[in-house]
Write a protein that binds this ligand. Structure first.
Ligand SMILES: [Zn+2]
Ligand SMILES: [Zn+2]
Ligand SMILES: [Zn+2]
Length: 146
């Protein structure tokens, strides 16, 4: 069960984005916000078994469109979704921070405080966004290795 105050926060988030407050959406939000790393659709499916695939797919799409979550890829190339920082708006993401891929647990982490270096592209290239990945061991896997 989700604590009452947390539910309130997610309800407000949906309201802010003019989304209907459905139980499915609230459950997806609380699952994603409860994790330190990004979450893949199969992972969400296994946790939220009462939401069917199509609904889940639509929820993730609309959240991404609204600037609530952003897509990141793990080392297997699987799409994962991570919660956005507050700077994101509808159709306008500002998730230019470093992402970390753990080789062991395959989790993807948003390192929100690590902004990307200013990369100057050759003439003629117009980037709409940058994604930079670091890979190695996450804190929990590296402490297990030690
Ligand atoms: Zn974003
Ligand atoms: Zn790890
Ligand atoms: Zn991120």
């Amino acid at each position: 069960m989700v604590a009452q105050s947390t539910t309130k926060r997610f309800e407000e988030l949906l309201e802010k984005h003019q989304l209907k407050k459905t139980t499915a959406r609230l459950n997806v939000l609380s699952t994603m916000y409860g994790k330190k790393s990004a979450t893949s659709q199969p992972e969400l499916e296994s946790v939220l078994q009462d939401i069917d695939r199509v609904t889940l797919y639509r929820i993730l799409n609309v959240f991404e469109e609204k600037g609530i979550i952003h897509k990141v890829f793990d080392l297997n190339g699987t799409a994962n979704y991570a919660v956005c920082s507050s700077g994101c708006e509808e159709h306008h993401h500002h998730d230019e921070h470093l992402h970390f891929n753990c080789k062991v647990c395959k989790s993807v982490f948003c390192l929100n405080d690590m902004s990307l270096p200013n990369i100057k592209l050759p003439a003629g290239f117009r980037a709409e966004g940058f994604t930079l990945y670091a890979s190695g061991l996450c804190p929990s896997c590296s402490s297990k290795k030690a």
